[in-house]
Ligand binder design. Structure first.
Ligand code: 13P
Ligand code: SF4
Length: 332
């Protein structure tokens, strides 16, 4: 049962020390079974969380699993918009994120009141929003996309359709460039993907001349120009496995290297370095807020939970379901 006496901070982070003698893997597995919970994790989570999760996937896969699970509890190890999406798709289930301070700079770059004002300048436009948005933005959206299906969903509209794409300017620009569309873009970005250093990547290319550069489309266009393959996290993973190449420079959050290496132990994956750091890889500080200790506490005390007003769920679910239907129809 939920312990109402436990103190949490304003974002619902449960700051209770976990006794050192606890075997976290065993304890988490026991709690999961006892409570009929499912653990869904994004590829950017720390390795131990990916290893204990029931499913590890990209934003599209996480949404699909959340919609289909028959578990009573969903623990979404990712960031807040992923937890919100799970709750919107499964409002009858209890959804938790181990640390609800795990936000997203891209979602935060699109506040709902400003976006609402922006949309008023474009009457008659169809609003396409990347899943990295708050529930309030999804309410203002006609169809949600992820980086796995954005291109195909945009192309499912007639060539002369008047489209708005939010919030990621890099993904929007990239899709405009490959589809020949001229979508109006919201000027948002992800601080992690914008931070990769083109110079350092070109240096690495000299050091590893056979390496292919893999990049997430949230990266800046100058970087995408030198990339050999551009795709969502799951798209990059699939490409790395099917490619005969043995060396790759990976320009997305470095958590993905865990799954890449696990699936391809004979290949070398080099994390693309950020601009202003002495560190060799680029991590999303929000994604890395979730830890095994917080996952344990979250399952044990059933905190912090995602709550979304019913009327918001009712409206926000429509563009997400539209995405799931279109993805199914398009065979994605
Ligand atoms: P994916 O849709 O590829 O999982 O990306 C999510 C994300 O947050 C990228 O920064
Ligand atoms: Fe958001 Fe960027 Fe972190 Fe992805 S990597 S969750 S877009 S801040």
């Amino acid at each position: 049962m939920v312990n109402k006496n436990i103190e949490v901070d304003k974002a619902g982070f449960l700051n209770i020390p976990v006794p050192a003698e606890i075997d976290l893997v065993q304890a988490i597995n026991e709690l999961k079974k006892e409570k009929n919970a499912v653990i869904l994790a994004h590829y950017y989570q720390e390795d131990a969380i990916q290893d204990i999760a029931d499913y590890v996937g990209d934003s599209l896969a996480l949404a699909r699993w959340a919609a289909q699970t028959d578990a009573d509890i969903i623990v979404l190890c990712g960031v807040d918009f992923m937890g919100e999406t799970a709750k919107i798709l499964s409002p009858g289930k209890r959804v938790f994120v181990p640390d609800l301070n795990a936000g997203c700079s891209l979602a935060d770059s699109c506040p709902a009141d400003e976006f609402d004002r922006f949309l008023r300048q474009y009457p008659g436009y169809t609003v396409i929003s990347y899943v990295n948005t708050s529930a309030a933005i999804k309410v203002l959206t006609d169809v949600v996309v992820t980086s796995s299906n954005a291109r195909q969903i945009v192309e499912s509209f007639p060539p002369d359709a008047k489209l708005i794409f939010a919030p990621d300017r890099n993904l929007g620009n990239y899709i405009n460039s490959i589809t020949g569309r001229n979508m109006v873009l919201w000027n948002g970005a992800c601080h992690v993907h914008e931070q990769f250093s083109l110079e350092k990547i070109l240096e690495l290319k000299k050091q590893y001349p056979n390496a292919l550069v893999l990049a997430h489309p949230e990266c800046k266009s100058a970087l995408l120009k030198v990339a050999d393959y551009i795709a969502s996290t799951s798209g990059l993973l699939n490409y790395a496995s099917r490619s005969e190449n043995k060396e790759f420079i990976v320009a997305t959050e470095s958590g993905i290297l865990h799954e890449m290496t696990k699936n391809n132990p004979d290949k070398l994956f080099i994390p693309a370095p950020p601009n202003d750091s002495t560190c060799a890889c680029n991590e999303c500080n929000f994604m890395k807020l979730n830890t095994m200790e917080k996952l344990y506490n979250c399952l044990k005390y059933e905190i912090p939970e995602i709550y979304i007003a019913e009327e918001v769920v009712e409206k926000a679910v429509r563009p997400i379901n539209k995405m799931l239907e279109l993805s199914e129809k398009l065979g994605l």
